[in-house]
Design a binder for this molecule. Structure first.
Ligand SMILES: Nc1ncnc2c1ncn2[C@@H]1O[C@H](COP(=O)(O)OP(=O)(O)OP(=O)(O)O)[C@@H](O)[C@H]1O
Length: 303
């Protein structure tokens, strides 16, 4: 596997807080890679470290073969960290022209193309001080990509966007990976979006990677058998702690290899099975089980 980022034992401490705690991770070239984790898990700290904005306390990382801060590697990397800020009196086009002059090698046709790809053609000549958060995010993405990086890091690229904006951003991110050959690394709390757009993800907690893999593998490993049965109580007692009740159906965490035996046990106990089908876990289920988060805990906190 060709990698764009190799991280070995990266630690960043702030006083007693270990924002990154011996983090080790390799990110493959190509595709869209998601970094997930609850608030404070260390996602932004990792991005800032990779971009050379903060120094790690221990450990090392290479970005496209170069050490952190290596100018040749940094030139091949674009980024948008949090909602970007631009001089408010400039128009969107002026912002890109200004950044293009600083970087060099970006034509005005390319600026037009990026304005169009991020959906800002109509707003191109409006001052950014009137822009919504979502519009600033789009302009930030155009600014990050205009210099034709091989790798782009996007921290919460859809935060503050409305559903159509999120959909457009998803299509843009996919097209960057699929048609422009850019490796996209993004952090997001919007797990449904991540599941739709990312090829692989790493789930962080407390400065460490707790799970990493292809989205399809992670969600397949959480498959459940969904059973419409009567009587419910009998089915629950036969399946034991493998089963939970979801409304009026039983959801059983039974491996495929054991499914036939579980169904036979139900039938032999006098349970009628009206329907049995497999349902995949979604990324939210995987995230919650890996990070130990439960809806009940969250409701208790809110209450
Ligand atoms: N400059 C700083 N000074 C002190 N502590 C910091 C600093 N930056 C981050 N931290 C702490 O480091 C930990 C990791 O923070 P970080 O912002 O990397 O998490 P995150 O996963 O990006 O969170 P979020 O999802 O909320 O953006 C947190 O406990 C945070 O409070």
């Amino acid at each position: 596997m060709e990698t764009v980022i190799d991280i070995r034992g990266l630690t960043k401490t702030y006083g007693t807080v270990r924002a990154l705690d011996g983090l080790t991770l390799s990110i493959p070239r190509g595709g869209v890679y998601g970094i997930l984790g609850p608030n404070g898990a260390g996602k932004s700290t990792l991005f800032r470290t990779l971009l050379g904005l903060i120094r790690p306390t221990e450990g090392e990382a290479t970005v496209m073969g170069g050490r952190i801060g290596d100018p040749a590697s940094m030139r091949r990397m674009g980024s948008m960290i949090e909602t970007p800020r631009f001089p408010p009196f400039m128009t969107a086009r002026q912002v890109l022209e200004w950044l293009a002059r600083a970087h060099g090698g970006v034509t005005s046709a390319e600026i037009d193309n990026w304005l169009q790809r991020v959906g800002l053609t109509e707003a191109a000549n409006r001052r950014v001080k009137g822009f919504s958060v979502g519009m600033l995010q789009r302009l930030g993405v155009a600014a990050a990509l205009m210099t034709k990086p091989d790798l782009v890091i996007l921290d919460e690229p859809t935060s503050g966007m409305d559903p159509p904006g999120i959909q457009e951003m998803r299509a843009l991110i996919r097209s960057l990976a699929d048609h422009d050959g850019v490796t996209v690394i993004l952090a997001s709390h919007q797990l449904q979006e991540v599941q739709r757009v990312c090829d692989r993800v790493a789930i962080f907690n407390k400065g460490k990677v707790i799970t990493e893999g292809k989205v399809s593998d992670l969600t397949a490993s959480g498959e459940r058998l969904r059973l419409s049965v009567t009587p419910l109580a009998k089915a629950l007692s036969v399946l034991g702690d493998r089963a939970t009740l979801d409304g009026d159906v039983v959801v059983a965490a039974v491996p495929r290899a054991e499914a036939a035996a579980a169904i036979k046990a139900l039938v032999e106990s006098g349970v009628d099975i009206e329907e049995a089908r497999w349902i995949g876990a979604d990324l939210e289920d995987v995230f919650m089980s890996e990070t130990g988060w439960t809806g009940v805990q969250e409701q208790n906190r809110a209450g």
